[in-house]
Design a binder for this molecule. Structure first.
Ligand code: VL7
Length: 135
């Protein structure tokens, strides 16, 4: 039985998002706006199938994938690149590798009690975000 990530989570902390966005080549003005956001993650999971939505007042981003199956990801509204992405389980952690133009790109999710943790990596930048399950 895989871990259950189903739920809605609100951002409570966001470290190094600025350097992650810089590594992705996001322009100054967009970074300034994006840095002020407190997005919400909405995760729908059915076994190994996931739909993940990141919702904010500025932009939304949505992806769907099946763990263990490589898929074409287009980061529309973010850095607008194409990646060959693949998510795998590392125990109860979700680990995504995003192969493409940017080296060392990916993310990891894990749960700690009512918190959803996310580490976003691009090149040498690591952003750490924590979300709390919505009441
Ligand atoms: C999704 C943002 C910065 C552009 C706008 C910022 C809008 C809200 O890949 C992601 O999530 C995974 C794991 O949860 C599931 O898809 C990260 C947000 C990364 C990158 C680019 C700034 C412009 C933020 C959509």
């Amino acid at each position: 039985m895989p871990a259950n990530y189903n739920g809605t989570y609100n951002m409570i902390s966001n470290e190094n998002f600025e350097s992650y966005m810089r590594a992705l080549g996001i322009d100054f003005a967009t970074r300034k706006i994006a840095n002020l956001l407190k997005p919400q993650k909405v995760i729908e999971q059915n076994g190994d199938f996931f739909r993940m939505k990141t919702i904010s007042s500025f932009r939304n981003y949505s992806t769907e994938f099946t763990v263990g199956t490589e898929y074409e990801e287009e980061t529309k509204g973010l850095d607008n690149r194409k990646c060959k992405s693949m998510v795998t389980w590392d125990s109860d952690k979700l680990v995504c590798i995003q192969k493409g133009e940017k080296k060392n790109r990916g993310w990891k999710h894990w749960l700690e009690e009512d918190e959803l943790h996310l580490e976003l990596t691009c090149e040498d930048a690591v952003c750490k975000q924590v979300y709390k399950r919505a009441p």
